[in-house]
Design a protein around this ligand. Sequence first.
Ligand code: GLV
Ligand code: MN
Ligand code: MN
Length: 412
Amino acid sequence: MKERAERAIAGCRRIALMTEEMGRTTRRFLTEPTHAVHALLRERMEALGMRVAVDAVGNLRGLWLPRGAGEKRLMLGSHIDTVPNAGAFDGVLGVMLAIEWVGIAKELRLPLGIEVTAFSEEEGMRYGVPFLGSRAVTGTFDATMLKWRDADGVTMDAAMRAFGLDPGKIEDAAIGDDVIGFVELHIEQGPVLEAEGIPVAVVEAITGQTRLNLRFTGQANHAGTTPMHLRRDALAAAAEWITKVEKQIRKAATTTDPGLVATVGRIVVEPNAGNVIAGSAEVGFEIRYGSSAARHRWTKKLVGDAEAIAKRRGIGFEWTERLDQQTVRMDRRLSTMLKAAVNGCGYSVRTIPSGAGHDAMVMAAHVPTTMLFLRSPGGISHHPTESVIEADVEASLNVGREFLMRLAKEVG
Ligand code: GLV
Ligand code: MN
Ligand code: MN
């Protein structure tokens, strides 16, 4: 498996160079470098004898249908878009490993159909909404999103057409009941496996999340001539709210709601000039927690706080919900098979919840789904220093071998 692990890691490093921004990895949904990623993946898939196509939402899908496999197939995959200034492994490693799993199935002559999907979008960076690729695959893509615009004013519809896709055909991307399950391989993106000295773990559930866009609208004006008490400063209003969010959620996380996290990771200020009072501040907010009731309660409370702050300051306020994704449990039968495969390889069987979102969240509502995590050195992800240990990648391939043999026996 050493050669497979080396090839998967080298593939991730090469794809990290396919970027929108010189010197760092940023690859948002359907931006130009996605073509180069598709070309590399296509080459690897076709070399194995897979049939490759790109669906209408830009997912690259490779089909491995060996003789005697029948119509049913297992799906494997992860995403190929990234956050800004990303690492090389979030998402892409899952695609590289999926291709290697196909290579293993081929080597073992397993009569098992496998489809590998490189989902075009999972991070939610370009249109403020994640899982575009897996939504199309599960037939849950909401076509009203096609009118949404990115930061440059390009509609989702136009972005798809510019990439050479036909948004009118998104419905055709949906899978039917010939898919028997979905497995996503992904880095943990957290410190738990490293702390315990364990190479891989089986995911038990993925934490639900809600994302909002909030806009504070004040009055842009001269920073030198407008007295403090006559200002309507949108950025100051947003800042007051952000610190209030942090204070309350920190307290709740150590008292009533352990594990609760909320983040403001994005703020767009207009006109964003040192000598102009901010006229508007648009804030990207997300909150993650297992209990939907508590997540919704907190969302309502925090939006109420923003409203109150805006009112007191004479500032306009509006908000929109971009995502409300429930917590999902992984499929018991498929996870048990994956745990048996981990055990069969002689590794400790560890199950773990995922705080990060994954395409598996969307897939799980439609097809039996499970995930395998690989240890993240330093617990670092969404950062250029994100890495993996080659021996762990080998471990995940050994698990793949065991898992595929078990599944082929069951299906066949
Ligand atoms: C995806 O990486 C997410 O959890 O935001
Ligand atoms: Mn990510
Ligand atoms: Mn990811």
